[in-house]
Structures are given as C-alpha cells and as structure tokens.
Design a binder for this molecule. Structure first.
Ligand SMILES: NC(=O)c1ccc[n+]([C@@H]2O[C@H](COP(=O)([O-])OP(=O)(O)OC[C@H]3O[C@@H](n4cnc5c(N)ncnc54)[C@H](OP(=O)(O)O)[C@@H]3O)[C@@H](O)[C@H]2O)c1
Length: 349
C-alpha cells in the first residue's frame, strides 16, 4: 500500500514540481492537493502539464484538509506554513519547502523575514557537510518527521563552498557569490518585473547589498560544515531563463593550500554522491544541463593571481533547489532508497 501524500500550495511552481516528481514515486500516492486563490479548481486546469493528476480537485489549504494524509508537503509563501504545520498531528511526516523552519537563529529570522518565529527543523540537504565536515546531513534526516527543504540559492552556494571551508583549504571570511537565477525562483504570482517583455534580453540584479533572505541560511550551513563566523557577499542576478541557477562562489585560498588540495577536498566531499557531481578539471557547469534533474553540477578552479578558490554550482531551482531535495530527504526519512523517483539526467536542449 503506498503512503498517502497531501501537497499544500499545489497550484504554485514548487507545488507543481513536487507533484510531477511524486507522480513517478512507487511508494507514495498523492491524495490531496490544496491551494489558495485557485481552491475549487481541477488541478488539470491550473497545472495542465500534470496529466496523471489532472482529476484531483484543489481544496482550501487548512490543517483539517491536510491532516488525513500520511505525509504533508508544503509549498506556501514564507510565513504561511508555520501556522498550518503547528496544527498537524505529530505522526504526520511534514516537509516544508518554505523558509519558516530553516533558521535556528531567531534574531536572523527577525532581521531577514520578520513575523512569528517557528523554529528550525531538520535541514533537507543530505549532502551538506556537518559536524565540521565529519558527517553529512543525511545521517540526521533518517527517521525524521519534520524536514525543512532548503532555499534554492542557499543550496547552490552551500554546495559550492562547503567542501573548501570544511577541509580548511578556503577561508570563511570574504566569501563572494554572484548567481544567475531563472524567473521561476520568484514564484508564479503576477509581477510586472517578471513579464516576458521586461526580462527577455536583459539581466538585472536584485536584493543587492546584504539583504537577501538566503544569506543567514548559507551562513548557518557553512557553520555546520566547520566555518567560523563566515562573512558573505551575495548578489543574485535575474536572467531570462525559466528555470536554473548558476552560482559563482569565491573564497580566499588558505595559506599553504594548493590547487591539488582544493580538488581533493571537493572529490572527498562529493565523490560518492549520486546527485552532486564534481566535473573534471577545467570543465564548468551549465545550468541547462540540470534542467528537470535532481543534480547539482560543480566546477572548481584556483585563481592563483587572485589567490582565490572559484567554485561554480548549477542546479534546477525547482528540483535540487526545492522539490527534488524535499523528496530526496523524505526518501531518507522513510528508509526508502535515497534516489527513488528522482531523475539524475537533465532535459536538453
Ligand atoms: N520557486 C522556487 O524555485 C522555490 C525554490 C525553493 C523554495 N521555494 C519556496 O516554496 C514556496 C512556494 O514557492 P513557489 O515559487 O511555488 O510560489 P508560487 O508559485 O507563488 O506558489 C505559491 C502557492 O501558495 C499558495 N498561496 C499563496 N498565498 C497564500 C496564502 N496567503 N495562504 C495560503 N496559500 C497561499 C498559492 O495558491 P494560489 O495559486 O491558489 O493562490 C500557490 O499554491 C515558497 O516558500 C518558496 O520560498 C520556491
């Protein structure tokens, strides 16, 4: 008997991607889908690409409508999920794709988000180095019933920088990150700045100057990996693609560390990972190669003249950046094979 799954926020981009992946999961069955302004509609009318689930009707997002399922996956705007999850029974397994349960530091929550603070759940990035690099986050996800899926930009930057900092080949201060980000990262609701005529043929930075909400999440992750008080400049740039992130992250090279040490650190961290793949020396990732896949592609170089490590990470923001990470973490929590129902191959061209 498959376990039953409810998806809250099923009319949005992250919810839609959860459903696309769940539809191919042999151990899980989607029984409930909920929405806000689209409640009452058939899923097939709102997400016409989800053919096998088109018959499901979107209910209102309430704890009562979600509570009957074995598993609840939540893809609501930040600030909306905490109140809902607080009402769900303890024996229901909950994965929140929003930010409400990512940050452990209430002051950081207050500064970057504001509103009620709901506290941190197990963080849904299995490949995250923890305990200063001695372990991986997957060990903490086994058997967990409350999981916070990571932010998409936070995943890309964390995966790019954590191995260098955990191994001590990079320094944790003066980290500089610039990300090319596709428009689906901003969600499905209408915004003038996201109209095709505004973004086609143009690139624009947003949330510049240390204000982006993923900064404290990245610092929290890098600290788990062993960095002490990491400082980070973070600049996302909206580019005309619907999906994908290409993060370029640089860190000062630690005194005495060589380019071979840096490559070894990334090889040790990701050599056995099914979804995080280190590209050969001199090869750097393209975001398009991760489209539709739960794969993160990493490329690393050392800029000798600048004395910096340059690490690039490409992911699909909707797969490894959210829905894929959620289902990968859920697979671990439930004791299923970690890779179940998660594509490693992208869609091209
Ligand atoms: N997009 C990404 O790449 C990405 C990556 C990582 C994490 N996330 C996180 O996933 C969550 C959803 O993001 P998204 O991009 O999927 O956004 P979205 O496309 O705008 O979808 C939002 C969903 O929440 C519902 N909703 C809107 N306002 C609501 C309210 N006041 N109360 C209850 N439900 C409400 C919407 O329902 P109606 O459409 O019916 O109004 C829709 O189903 C966010 O927390 C986001 O940070 C997104």
């Amino acid at each position: 008997m498959p376990l039953s799954v409810a998806v809250a926020g099923a009319s949005g981009y992250a919810g839609g991607e959860l459903l696309r992946l769940l539809a191919a999961h042999p151990e899980l069955e989607v029984t409930t889908v909920t929405a806000h302004s689209n409640a009452g509609q058939l899923l097939g009318d709102v997400q016409p690409h989800l053919r096998s689930l088109a018959h499901l009707r979107l209910a209102e997002t309430t704890p009562e409508n979600l509570a009957g399922a074995d598993i609840v996956l939540i893809a609501l705007p930040h600030g909306q999920s905490g109140a809902v999850t607080a009402e769900l029974p303890d024996d229901v397994i909950v994965v929140d794709c929003g930010a409400d349960h990512r940050l452990a530091d209430e002051a950081a929550w207050e500064r970057f988000y504001g509103g009620d603070f709901f506290g941190a759940w197990e963080y849904g990035l299995p490949e995250l180095l923890v305990d200063g690099g001695a372990g991986k986050q997957r060990q903490n996800l086994a058997g967990s019933t409350r999981i916070a899926a990571p932010g998409c930009n936070a995943s890309a930057v964390t995966l790019a920088l954590a191995p260098a900092l955990a191994a001590g080949v990079g320094l944790a201060q003066d980290l500089v990150t610039v990300l090319a980000v596709g428009t689906s990262g901003a969600g499905k609701s209408l915004k003038t700045s996201l109209l095709a005529s505004e973004i086609a043929g143009s690139a624009s930075a947003y949330q510049v100057g240390g204000v982006h909400r993923h900064i404290p999440e990245i610092q929290q992750n890098l600290t788990a990996a062993g960095a002490v008080d990491p400082t980070l400049s973070f600049t996302p740039v909206l580019v005309p693609m619907s999906r994908g992130i290409l993060a370029t992250a640089t860190a000062p090279l630690a005194p005495g560390a060589s380019a071979a040490d840096v490559r070894a650190a990334y090889g040790d961290a990701y050599g056995d990972e099914p979804f995080v793949q280190l590209l050969p020396e001199g090869v750097f990732p393209r975001s398009g190669d991760t489209t539709g896949a739960n794969t993160a592609l990493i490329g690393v170089a050392v800029d000798e003249a600048a004395n910096r490590i340059v690490a690039l990470c490409a992911i699909d923001n909707l797969v490894k950046g959210t829905a894929g990470a959620a289902i990968q973490s859920l697979n671990i929590a439930l004791g299923f094979e970690e890779t179940l129902a998660l594509p490693v191959n992208g869609v091209a061209p």
